[in-house]
Structure formats: C-alpha cells, structure tokens
Ligand binder design. Structure first.
Ligand code: ATP
Length: 376
C-alpha cells in the first residue's frame, strides 16, 4: 500500500509549527524511515498518518484513498511504540489475540494467526506469561507481534527499539529487516539513530525543524547529502567540514582551503563537478565536506596537501581514527576544532606525528556557505 502526504503542515496553537509543507511519496512495500533530531517533527508526522493527530493543512492518502479525515481505527494501520503498550494483566497470548477477537474473527483463525506470529518471532515458548515476566527483547517482540497479527495495510513504528540495550537492539533490527523482507508490508519507521536508519531502510527522509531536507536511499543520503545538515547528521564519526573557496585557472576549477601559517589544501575538482558548478552560478565561498574514510593520510608533503598533526588515535577495532589538528589553522574547521581521518590499525601512526591530508578525488561534498545546500 502506498502512503502519500501532500503539503502537510501541523501547527500546535497559533505559534508552534511542528511540521511544515511536507510532501512524501512512500511506495508499496517500502521500508521508509523518518530520521532527524529530537523535536524535528517525525513523531507528529507518524501520528498524522495514523490518524492520532489532525493535520492543520494538506492531505494524506493510503493506497490512493484520501484518509485525511478518516478516524484512526478505520485506516487499517498498526502502530508500534517505544513504550510497548502491552496490557500487563493479560498473557502474551491474550495480548496477541485481543484485537482479532474484538474484530470477531472465528476462534480457530485467531489461534492459527497467533501461533504463526509467535513462531515467527520466537515467542511461542512464552505465550502463557504476562509482560512483567518477559525480558525487554521479548516484550518488544510481543509488541511487534501484536501489530503483525492484525495484517494491517501499513506498519507505523515510533523508535520501537530504543528501550533495548545496544546488543539486543542490533539483533532486533536485523530480525526486523528480515521480517520486512518476508512480509513486505509498507512500513514507516521513526528514529533519531542514523545507523538504525541506514541499516533498515529502503529510503530515508531526513527532517530538521519540521521540514524534510532530503529523501533518498541509505547510500545516497550518506554519499551525496543534499544539505550540510544531512551531511553532519548521517555518518559516525561525522563528516569533516572546512571553509573553502573556489579558484579558477587555466587547468580547471579548484577548491582551496587556506590555512594561515601552514600548508593549505588545494584540490582540483573533477570535470563533471566543475561543469555543474560553472552552470549553477555557485558562490565562491563554500563549505567543503570530506568523510573521515575519504581523507587519506600521507606521510610526505606534496603541493595541495593539507598539513596536520596527529593529536591522538581512536582505535575502533577494524579501523582507527586519527584526530588531527591544523597548526595555526583550526579556525577553518567548522562545527568542531579538529579533523578526523580513518587509518589502518595495522599501519599505526604515532601521536604528535606531522602528516599531510588529501581527499579522495570523487568523494568530496560542496555546500553553499550561506544556504547550506549542496552545490555541484
Ligand atoms: P522526539 O524524537 O523527541 O520524539 P520528534 O522529532 O518526534 O522528536 P515531535 O514529537 O514530532 O518531534 O515534535 C515536534 C515539535 O512539536 C516539538 O517541538 C514538540 O515540542 C512539538 N509538539 C509535539 N506535540 C505537541 C503538542 N501536543 N502540543 C504542542 N507542541 C507539541
């Protein structure tokens, strides 16, 4: 089932606009994640799709049917919350069966569906227990099971894994992903956890301040962020941002980072980027974004390489991160006072060492310094 939001705005009272001019086109069977920081309007958006919150403006359609003013219980969506919202006095079995009984389904069918879902979610051994006698992971699976057993048109999930500890969260998200591959029920998922969004989603909509900044596949929002906010929000450790200028000479278009008293960065832009920038009337003052794994650490200087010193090394197992300072030039770094570059733990670099940095040519991101939007 498709879910289409057209020009949705939600205001609380006359002052506070929680969601502004939102357009979303969620495809049939898609796992779509709304990702953004606390307060950006993701839960409000989900609750509007569920019918738990009225829209101030705009329309919502599910499977081509306008449901903007249809009450929640008639929308055929199932919601899973962060707080599992199970009935504590009922057994797992009763929690799973309740909605089907209310709907008046024959007893045999209720039983068959409950057993099927319980087996699928590996909670068939605890059907006689009450929620208080379950682990957090089991409770979460019961909450999911209660949504699945209804066979809804659309799943709506609001941070359903955030009460689980890290290991269980990672396991459960893998299960959730498998479950979605099997059932292929359109799912709208809300989280502030970028890694969860990358792992689970077919597509991600990144929100900030009530607005949708970019919609794209996990790889797309990571490698081609449409906005400097998206670039910073996705990826851990976060992207390096540097104040830069465009510079043209007979050889082509270059991006320069000048560092007072040190060797700055000079990088020739790939021809396609240069063409796009020339056509797009970009300002000369830009923000240059380079992901830690795209900043190559060199042990010798060469023209255009950025001189830096290794402040310390952060080992992460398969990879290490070098935390780097620019001698006399930290002011050109935006949002933090150091740079981060990935290094190979098998080829260790000592702290205090002088190194030179060079971006991977085709992996740089450029943003307009004023608007924050990607250019080129
Ligand atoms: P979180 O991850 O913290 O839940 P969120 O992105 O889901 O954040 P929302 O819950 O959608 O954010 O809230 C968006 C904005 O609307 C916030 O500024 C919030 O304070 C405000 N808001 C939410 N519900 C109400 C309400 N019932 N009345 C007034 N303001 C509200």
């Amino acid at each position: 089932m498709t879910v289409v939001l057209t020009d949705i705005t939600k205001a609380y009272g006359t002052q506070h606009v929680a969601v502004k001019d939102l357009d979303l086109d969620i495809k049939d069977g898609e796992f779509f994640t709304l990702l953004g920081p606390s307060g950006c309007g993701k839960t409000t958006t989900l609750r509007m799709i569920a019918g738990l919150e009225q829209v101030t403006n705009g329309t919502i359609a599910i499977h081509g049917r306008d449901v903007t003013h249809v009450p929640a219980r008639l929308r055929d969506v199932a919601m899973v919350f962060q707080s599992y919202a199970l009935y504590p006095h009922m057994t797992v079995h009763e929690n799973l069966a309740l909605n089907l009984k209310v709907k008046g389904l024959p007893k045999a069918e209720v039983e068959q569906r409950v057993q099927q879902v319980a087996t699928m979610l590996r909670i068939d051994q605890v059907l006689k227990r009450k929620p208080g006698q379950l682990s957090g992971g089991q409770r979460q699976r019961v909450a999911l099971g209660r949504a699945i057993v209804r066979r809804p048109n659309v799943f709506l999930m609001d941070e359903p894994l955030s009460n689980l500890d890290l290991k269980l969260r990672e396991e459960t998200r893998t299960e959730l992903k498998k479950l979605h591959e099997d059932l292929r029920i359109t799912t709208v998922y809300v989280t502030h956890d970028q890694s969860e969004a990358l792992v689970l989603s077919d597509r991600i909509g990144v929100m900030n301040d009530g607005r949708l900044l970019q919609v794209g596949g996990p790889h797309e929002v990571y490698s081609r962020p449409a906005d400097v906010f998206v670039a910073r929000f996705i990826g851990s450790p976060s992207i390096n941002l540097l104040e830069a200028r465009l510079h043209r000479d007979g050889d082509g278009l270059w991006v320069d980072v000048s560092v007072p008293g040190g060797a700055g960065l000079r990088h020739r832009l790939p021809d396609a980027t240069a063409r796009a920038l020339s056509n797009g009337h970009a300002h000369d003052a830009l923000t240059l974004g380079i992901r830690p794994e795209d900043f190559l650490i060199r042990r010798s200087s060469a023209p255009g390489r950025l001189a830096a010193s290794v402040d310390f090394i952060q080992p992460m197992g398969a990879i290490s991160y070098a935390i780097l300072r620019l001698p006399g030039g930290d002011a050109v770094i935006r949002e933090r006072d150091h740079l981060i570059a990935a290094t190979d733990p098998d080829d260790p670099i000592e702290r205090g060492t002088q190194v030179w940095l060079e971006p991977r040519s085709d992996r740089i991101c450029l943003f307009d310094q004023q608007t924050g939007r990607a250019v080129g």
